[in-house]
Design a binder for this molecule. Structure first.
Ligand code: FAD
Length: 345
Protein backbone atom coordinates (compact mmCIF):
# COMPACT_ATOMS: atom_id res chain seq x y z
CA UNK A 1 0.00 0.00 0.00
CA UNK A 2 1.39 3.38 -0.98
CA UNK A 3 2.41 5.63 1.80
CA UNK A 4 -0.13 8.37 2.35
CA UNK A 5 1.15 11.76 1.30
CA UNK A 6 -1.42 13.68 3.35
CA UNK A 7 -3.46 13.25 6.45
CA UNK A 8 -6.94 12.27 5.43
CA UNK A 9 -9.63 13.96 7.49
CA UNK A 10 -12.35 11.71 8.87
CA UNK A 11 -10.49 8.51 8.11
CA UNK A 12 -11.20 6.16 10.98
CA UNK A 13 -10.80 2.42 11.24
CA UNK A 14 -10.30 0.06 8.35
CA UNK A 15 -10.53 0.73 4.70
CA UNK A 16 -12.80 -1.07 2.30
CA UNK A 17 -10.49 -1.43 -0.70
CA UNK A 18 -11.82 -0.43 -4.07
CA UNK A 19 -10.66 -1.28 -7.52
CA UNK A 20 -10.64 1.66 -9.80
CA UNK A 21 -8.88 4.75 -10.82
CA UNK A 22 -9.38 8.37 -10.09
CA UNK A 23 -9.48 11.47 -12.24
CA UNK A 24 -8.78 14.90 -10.80
CA UNK A 25 -9.97 17.85 -12.88
CA UNK A 26 -7.42 20.54 -12.13
CA UNK A 27 -6.85 24.23 -12.75
CA UNK A 28 -3.43 25.60 -13.54
CA UNK A 29 -1.83 29.03 -13.64
CA UNK A 30 1.69 30.19 -14.38
CA UNK A 31 2.82 26.68 -15.28
CA UNK A 32 1.75 25.00 -12.03
CA UNK A 33 -1.40 23.41 -10.62
CA UNK A 34 -3.38 25.87 -8.49
CA UNK A 35 -3.52 25.19 -4.72
CA UNK A 36 -7.25 24.28 -4.52
CA UNK A 37 -6.68 21.59 -7.18
CA UNK A 38 -3.65 20.34 -5.22
CA UNK A 39 -6.05 19.88 -2.29
CA UNK A 40 -8.40 17.91 -4.54
CA UNK A 41 -5.40 15.78 -5.53
CA UNK A 42 -4.51 15.29 -1.87
CA UNK A 43 -8.08 14.15 -1.24
CA UNK A 44 -7.87 11.73 -4.16
CA UNK A 45 -4.86 10.08 -2.52
CA UNK A 46 -7.04 9.41 0.54
CA UNK A 47 -9.12 6.88 -1.36
CA UNK A 48 -8.18 3.38 -0.27
CA UNK A 49 -6.71 1.47 -3.17
CA UNK A 50 -3.67 -0.77 -3.11
CA UNK A 51 -2.96 0.06 -6.74
CA UNK A 52 -4.05 3.64 -6.49
CA UNK A 53 -3.90 5.33 -9.84
CA UNK A 54 -4.58 9.03 -9.98
CA UNK A 55 -4.80 10.85 -13.29
CA UNK A 56 -4.98 14.59 -13.53
CA UNK A 57 -6.71 16.44 -16.35
CA UNK A 58 -5.25 19.81 -17.39
CA UNK A 59 -6.76 21.83 -20.20
CA UNK A 60 -6.22 25.13 -21.92
CA UNK A 61 -3.72 26.33 -24.46
CA UNK A 62 -0.28 27.86 -24.74
CA UNK A 63 3.09 27.08 -23.16
CA UNK A 64 1.88 27.37 -19.57
CA UNK A 65 -0.42 24.36 -20.06
CA UNK A 66 2.50 22.16 -21.11
CA UNK A 67 4.69 23.60 -18.40
CA UNK A 68 2.01 22.74 -15.83
CA UNK A 69 1.71 19.22 -17.27
CA UNK A 70 5.49 18.58 -17.03
CA UNK A 71 5.62 20.09 -13.57
CA UNK A 72 2.72 17.91 -12.37
CA UNK A 73 4.18 14.77 -13.93
CA UNK A 74 7.59 15.26 -12.37
CA UNK A 75 6.71 16.72 -8.97
CA UNK A 76 3.93 14.63 -7.43
CA UNK A 77 4.50 10.88 -7.01
CA UNK A 78 0.78 10.35 -6.35
CA UNK A 79 0.05 11.28 -9.95
CA UNK A 80 0.40 8.40 -12.37
CA UNK A 81 -0.87 10.09 -15.52
CA UNK A 82 -1.33 13.64 -16.77
CA UNK A 83 -3.96 14.13 -19.45
CA UNK A 84 -3.59 17.29 -21.51
CA UNK A 85 -6.42 18.82 -23.53
CA UNK A 86 -4.83 21.50 -25.65
CA UNK A 87 -7.45 23.72 -27.23
CA UNK A 88 -8.57 27.34 -27.10
CA UNK A 89 -11.99 25.99 -26.16
CA UNK A 90 -10.71 25.36 -22.63
CA UNK A 91 -8.72 28.57 -22.22
CA UNK A 92 -11.43 29.90 -19.92
CA UNK A 93 -13.27 27.87 -17.30
CA UNK A 94 -16.67 27.86 -19.01
CA UNK A 95 -18.81 25.04 -17.67
CA UNK A 96 -20.24 23.84 -20.97
CA UNK A 97 -17.03 22.97 -22.90
CA UNK A 98 -15.23 21.76 -19.78
CA UNK A 99 -18.10 19.46 -18.80
CA UNK A 100 -18.09 17.96 -22.28
CA UNK A 101 -14.34 17.47 -22.02
CA UNK A 102 -14.60 15.64 -18.68
CA UNK A 103 -17.46 13.56 -20.10
CA UNK A 104 -15.24 12.59 -23.05
CA UNK A 105 -12.29 11.74 -20.80
CA UNK A 106 -14.53 9.65 -18.55
CA UNK A 107 -15.84 7.80 -21.57
CA UNK A 108 -12.35 6.62 -22.51
CA UNK A 109 -10.91 6.30 -19.00
CA UNK A 110 -13.78 4.66 -17.09
CA UNK A 111 -12.75 6.27 -13.80
CA UNK A 112 -14.41 5.16 -10.57
CA UNK A 113 -14.09 8.62 -8.99
CA UNK A 114 -13.80 12.15 -10.38
CA UNK A 115 -12.56 14.92 -8.08
CA UNK A 116 -12.39 18.69 -8.35
CA UNK A 117 -12.03 21.50 -5.84
CA UNK A 118 -15.25 22.98 -4.42
CA UNK A 119 -14.25 26.46 -5.59
CA UNK A 120 -15.85 28.52 -8.33
CA UNK A 121 -14.09 26.32 -10.94
CA UNK A 122 -15.34 22.99 -9.57
CA UNK A 123 -18.74 24.26 -8.50
CA UNK A 124 -19.27 25.58 -12.00
CA UNK A 125 -18.23 22.49 -13.91
CA UNK A 126 -18.88 19.38 -11.84
CA UNK A 127 -22.69 19.53 -11.48
CA UNK A 128 -22.88 19.73 -15.27
CA UNK A 129 -20.48 16.78 -15.60
CA UNK A 130 -22.67 14.82 -13.18
CA UNK A 131 -25.76 15.65 -15.22
CA UNK A 132 -24.07 14.51 -18.45
CA UNK A 133 -23.08 11.24 -16.76
CA UNK A 134 -26.49 10.91 -15.07
CA UNK A 135 -25.07 10.55 -11.56
CA UNK A 136 -25.54 12.54 -8.40
CA UNK A 137 -22.48 14.53 -7.25
CA UNK A 138 -21.35 14.76 -3.64
CA UNK A 139 -20.29 18.32 -3.00
CA UNK A 140 -18.09 20.13 -0.51
CA UNK A 141 -16.53 16.98 0.92
CA UNK A 142 -14.46 17.54 4.07
CA UNK A 143 -13.56 13.95 4.91
CA UNK A 144 -13.18 10.55 3.29
CA UNK A 145 -14.03 7.45 5.32
CA UNK A 146 -13.83 4.88 2.55
CA UNK A 147 -14.26 4.80 -1.20
CA UNK A 148 -18.02 5.30 -0.96
CA UNK A 149 -18.39 7.14 2.32
CA UNK A 150 -17.75 10.84 2.65
CA UNK A 151 -18.25 13.59 5.20
CA UNK A 152 -19.69 16.98 4.27
CA UNK A 153 -20.98 19.93 6.28
CA UNK A 154 -24.67 20.79 6.39
CA UNK A 155 -26.68 23.59 8.05
CA UNK A 156 -23.98 26.19 7.37
CA UNK A 157 -21.31 23.96 8.87
CA UNK A 158 -23.17 23.40 12.13
CA UNK A 159 -23.46 19.67 11.53
CA UNK A 160 -21.41 17.13 9.63
CA UNK A 161 -23.22 14.60 7.53
CA UNK A 162 -21.78 11.21 6.56
CA UNK A 163 -22.95 10.28 3.08
CA UNK A 164 -22.74 6.85 1.47
CA UNK A 165 -22.61 6.90 -2.32
CA UNK A 166 -24.72 4.10 -3.77
CA UNK A 167 -25.08 5.38 -7.32
CA UNK A 168 -23.49 4.28 -10.56
CA UNK A 169 -19.85 4.88 -11.41
CA UNK A 170 -18.24 7.39 -11.45
CA UNK A 171 -18.62 8.92 -8.04
CA UNK A 172 -18.24 12.67 -8.55
CA UNK A 173 -16.88 14.72 -5.66
CA UNK A 174 -16.03 18.32 -5.04
CA UNK A 175 -13.58 18.87 -2.20
CA UNK A 176 -13.46 21.65 0.34
CA UNK A 177 -9.84 22.61 -0.05
CA UNK A 178 -9.45 23.94 3.49
CA UNK A 179 -10.01 20.38 4.77
CA UNK A 180 -7.22 18.76 2.75
CA UNK A 181 -3.73 20.30 2.85
CA UNK A 182 -2.45 20.79 -0.68
CA UNK A 183 -0.44 17.88 -2.07
CA UNK A 184 3.22 18.60 -1.47
CA UNK A 185 5.93 18.33 -4.07
CA UNK A 186 8.25 15.42 -3.53
CA UNK A 187 12.01 15.69 -3.40
CA UNK A 188 12.18 12.40 -5.32
CA UNK A 189 11.54 12.85 -9.00
CA UNK A 190 8.42 11.30 -10.43
CA UNK A 191 7.81 10.17 -13.97
CA UNK A 192 4.11 10.18 -14.60
CA UNK A 193 3.11 9.73 -18.21
CA UNK A 194 1.75 12.70 -20.14
CA UNK A 195 -0.78 12.06 -22.87
CA UNK A 196 -2.85 14.26 -25.12
CA UNK A 197 -6.60 13.90 -24.97
CA UNK A 198 -7.99 12.98 -28.37
CA UNK A 199 -10.45 15.80 -29.01
CA UNK A 200 -11.55 14.59 -32.45
CA UNK A 201 -14.81 13.19 -31.07
CA UNK A 202 -15.58 16.19 -28.89
CA UNK A 203 -19.06 17.56 -29.48
CA UNK A 204 -18.75 20.60 -31.77
CA UNK A 205 -21.63 22.35 -30.02
CA UNK A 206 -19.91 23.66 -26.94
CA UNK A 207 -22.84 25.58 -25.53
CA UNK A 208 -24.26 29.01 -25.39
CA UNK A 209 -22.11 30.79 -22.86
CA UNK A 210 -19.39 33.15 -23.98
CA UNK A 211 -16.43 34.26 -21.97
CA UNK A 212 -16.33 38.03 -21.58
CA UNK A 213 -13.78 39.02 -18.98
CA UNK A 214 -12.44 38.35 -15.54
CA UNK A 215 -11.42 40.85 -12.92
CA UNK A 216 -9.66 40.19 -9.66
CA UNK A 217 -8.25 42.07 -6.71
CA UNK A 218 -4.85 42.39 -8.32
CA UNK A 219 -1.57 40.78 -7.45
CA UNK A 220 -0.41 42.96 -4.63
CA UNK A 221 -2.30 40.97 -1.96
CA UNK A 222 -2.47 37.23 -1.42
CA UNK A 223 -5.54 35.45 -2.69
CA UNK A 224 -8.19 35.29 0.04
CA UNK A 225 -8.82 31.58 -0.47
CA UNK A 226 -5.16 30.60 0.02
CA UNK A 227 -3.70 33.33 2.23
CA UNK A 228 -1.78 32.36 5.38
CA UNK A 229 -3.15 35.40 7.20
CA UNK A 230 -6.58 36.99 6.74
CA UNK A 231 -7.66 40.30 8.30
CA UNK A 232 -11.43 40.72 8.26
CA UNK A 233 -13.59 43.73 9.01
CA UNK A 234 -17.26 43.83 9.86
CA UNK A 235 -20.12 46.29 9.92
CA UNK A 236 -18.48 48.11 12.83
CA UNK A 237 -16.02 49.73 10.40
CA UNK A 238 -18.96 51.99 9.43
CA UNK A 239 -17.65 53.16 6.03
CA UNK A 240 -15.47 52.32 3.04
CA UNK A 241 -13.10 55.04 4.19
CA UNK A 242 -12.69 53.46 7.64
CA UNK A 243 -12.27 50.01 6.05
CA UNK A 244 -8.88 51.29 4.84
CA UNK A 245 -7.70 50.61 8.40
CA UNK A 246 -8.26 46.89 7.74
CA UNK A 247 -6.45 47.20 4.41
CA UNK A 248 -3.50 48.98 6.04
CA UNK A 249 -3.19 46.26 8.67
CA UNK A 250 -3.42 43.55 6.02
CA UNK A 251 -0.72 45.34 4.07
CA UNK A 252 1.61 45.34 7.07
CA UNK A 253 0.97 41.67 7.77
CA UNK A 254 1.15 40.56 4.13
CA UNK A 255 -2.41 39.32 4.64
CA UNK A 256 -5.54 39.01 2.52
CA UNK A 257 -8.53 41.21 3.34
CA UNK A 258 -11.85 39.63 4.23
CA UNK A 259 -15.23 41.10 5.11
CA UNK A 260 -18.54 40.07 6.58
CA UNK A 261 -21.66 40.13 4.50
CA UNK A 262 -22.88 43.13 6.47
CA UNK A 263 -19.74 45.05 5.44
CA UNK A 264 -20.16 43.96 1.83
CA UNK A 265 -23.88 44.79 1.75
CA UNK A 266 -23.12 48.23 3.18
CA UNK A 267 -20.78 48.80 0.23
CA UNK A 268 -17.53 49.10 2.19
CA UNK A 269 -15.80 46.51 -0.01
CA UNK A 270 -16.64 44.39 -3.08
CA UNK A 271 -18.43 41.08 -2.51
CA UNK A 272 -15.48 38.90 -3.60
CA UNK A 273 -14.03 39.65 -0.16
CA UNK A 274 -16.99 38.13 1.69
CA UNK A 275 -16.13 35.26 4.01
CA UNK A 276 -18.85 32.85 5.06
CA UNK A 277 -21.61 30.53 4.04
CA UNK A 278 -22.41 32.57 0.95
CA UNK A 279 -18.89 33.88 0.50
CA UNK A 280 -15.45 32.27 0.56
CA UNK A 281 -14.42 29.45 2.87
CA UNK A 282 -10.99 30.15 4.36
CA UNK A 283 -8.75 28.34 6.84
CA UNK A 284 -5.60 30.44 7.19
CA UNK A 285 -2.91 30.05 9.84
CA UNK A 286 -4.14 33.30 11.39
CA UNK A 287 -7.61 34.87 11.08
CA UNK A 288 -8.08 38.32 12.61
CA UNK A 289 -11.65 39.59 12.95
CA UNK A 290 -12.35 43.25 13.79
CA UNK A 291 -15.87 44.34 14.64
CA UNK A 292 -17.33 41.00 13.57
CA UNK A 293 -20.17 39.61 15.71
CA UNK A 294 -19.62 35.97 14.72
CA UNK A 295 -22.95 35.06 13.12
CA UNK A 296 -23.17 31.37 12.19
CA UNK A 297 -23.14 32.23 8.51
CA UNK A 298 -19.81 34.01 8.99
CA UNK A 299 -18.34 31.26 11.20
CA UNK A 300 -19.21 28.75 8.46
CA UNK A 301 -16.51 30.37 6.34
CA UNK A 302 -13.67 30.71 8.83
CA UNK A 303 -14.09 28.42 11.84
CA UNK A 304 -11.39 26.01 10.55
CA UNK A 305 -8.73 28.73 10.76
CA UNK A 306 -5.75 27.59 12.85
CA UNK A 307 -5.62 30.64 15.15
CA UNK A 308 -8.52 33.07 15.46
CA UNK A 309 -8.06 36.53 16.96
CA UNK A 310 -11.15 38.65 17.60
CA UNK A 311 -11.46 42.29 18.59
CA UNK A 312 -14.95 43.39 19.56
CA UNK A 313 -16.25 45.97 22.03
CA UNK A 314 -19.00 43.60 23.19
CA UNK A 315 -17.65 40.95 25.58
CA UNK A 316 -20.67 38.75 24.80
CA UNK A 317 -20.15 38.73 21.02
CA UNK A 318 -20.42 35.11 19.72
CA UNK A 319 -17.10 35.46 17.86
CA UNK A 320 -15.35 35.07 21.23
CA UNK A 321 -16.70 31.51 21.47
CA UNK A 322 -14.51 30.43 18.56
CA UNK A 323 -11.61 32.84 19.14
CA UNK A 324 -8.26 31.60 20.46
CA UNK A 325 -7.39 35.14 21.47
CA UNK A 326 -10.04 37.74 22.20
CA UNK A 327 -9.70 41.42 22.98
CA UNK A 328 -12.67 43.42 24.25
CA UNK A 329 -11.94 46.84 22.85
CA UNK A 330 -12.68 49.48 20.29
CA UNK A 331 -11.24 48.59 16.91
CA UNK A 332 -10.69 52.30 16.17
CA UNK A 333 -8.17 52.33 19.00
CA UNK A 334 -6.75 48.81 18.60
CA UNK A 335 -5.96 48.92 14.87
CA UNK A 336 -4.04 52.25 14.93
CA UNK A 337 -2.05 50.94 17.89
CA UNK A 338 -1.25 47.73 16.05
CA UNK A 339 -0.23 49.72 12.98
CA UNK A 340 2.05 51.82 15.07
CA UNK A 341 3.67 48.93 16.91
CA UNK A 342 4.05 46.44 14.09
CA UNK A 343 7.41 46.73 12.34
CA UNK A 344 7.54 47.98 8.76
CA UNK A 345 7.52 45.18 6.18
P1 FAD B 1 -22.89 42.74 13.10
O1 FAD B 1 -23.57 41.46 13.37
O2 FAD B 1 -23.71 43.98 13.11
O3 FAD B 1 -21.71 42.85 14.17
C1 FAD B 1 -20.91 43.98 14.33
C2 FAD B 1 -20.06 43.72 15.57
O4 FAD B 1 -19.15 44.78 15.70
C3 FAD B 1 -20.86 43.63 16.86
O5 FAD B 1 -20.55 42.43 17.51
C4 FAD B 1 -20.41 44.85 17.67
O6 FAD B 1 -20.33 44.54 19.05
C5 FAD B 1 -19.03 45.08 17.10
N1 FAD B 1 -18.59 46.49 17.20
C6 FAD B 1 -19.30 47.61 16.97
N2 FAD B 1 -18.52 48.70 17.08
C7 FAD B 1 -17.28 48.25 17.39
C8 FAD B 1 -16.04 48.89 17.64
N3 FAD B 1 -15.90 50.22 17.54
N4 FAD B 1 -14.97 48.10 17.91
C9 FAD B 1 -15.07 46.77 18.01
N5 FAD B 1 -16.22 46.11 17.78
C10 FAD B 1 -17.32 46.85 17.46
N6 FAD B 1 -22.51 36.86 6.86
C11 FAD B 1 -21.22 36.72 6.54
O7 FAD B 1 -20.34 37.36 7.13
N7 FAD B 1 -20.88 35.86 5.51
C12 FAD B 1 -21.78 35.13 4.83
O8 FAD B 1 -21.39 34.38 3.92
C13 FAD B 1 -23.15 35.26 5.18
N8 FAD B 1 -24.08 34.52 4.55
C14 FAD B 1 -25.39 34.64 4.96
C15 FAD B 1 -26.36 33.82 4.37
C16 FAD B 1 -27.66 33.90 4.80
C17 FAD B 1 -28.69 32.99 4.17
C18 FAD B 1 -28.03 34.81 5.82
C19 FAD B 1 -29.44 34.89 6.29
C20 FAD B 1 -27.09 35.62 6.39
C21 FAD B 1 -25.75 35.56 5.98
N9 FAD B 1 -24.78 36.38 6.55
C22 FAD B 1 -23.48 36.18 6.21
C23 FAD B 1 -25.11 37.48 7.46
C24 FAD B 1 -24.92 37.14 8.93
O9 FAD B 1 -26.08 36.55 9.45
C25 FAD B 1 -24.61 38.42 9.74
O10 FAD B 1 -25.66 39.34 9.53
C26 FAD B 1 -23.31 39.10 9.38
O11 FAD B 1 -22.24 38.17 9.39
C27 FAD B 1 -23.03 40.19 10.42
O12 FAD B 1 -21.90 40.89 10.03
P2 FAD B 1 -21.05 41.73 11.10
O13 FAD B 1 -20.51 40.79 12.12
O14 FAD B 1 -20.13 42.58 10.34
O15 FAD B 1 -22.15 42.72 11.71
Amino acid sequence: IKKRAVSCPAFRGHYTFRHGSTLVVAEHEGGVIKPPSLSALAAATCLPDPDSSVSVLLAGSGPSLHQAASHAASSYPSISKVLVADSDKFKNPLAEPWAKLVHLVQHSGGYSHIFAAANSFGKNIMPRVAALLDVSPITDVTGISDSNTFVRPIYAGNALCTVRYTGASPCILTIRSTSFPALQKSVDSNEASISQVDLSTLDEDLGRSTYISQSSQGDERPDLGNARVVVTGGRALKSAENFKLIEALAEKLGAAVGATRAAVDAGYVPNDLQVGQTGKIVAPELYMAFGVSGAIQHLAGMRDSKVIVAVNNDADAPIFQVADYGLVGDLFEVIPELLEKLPEK
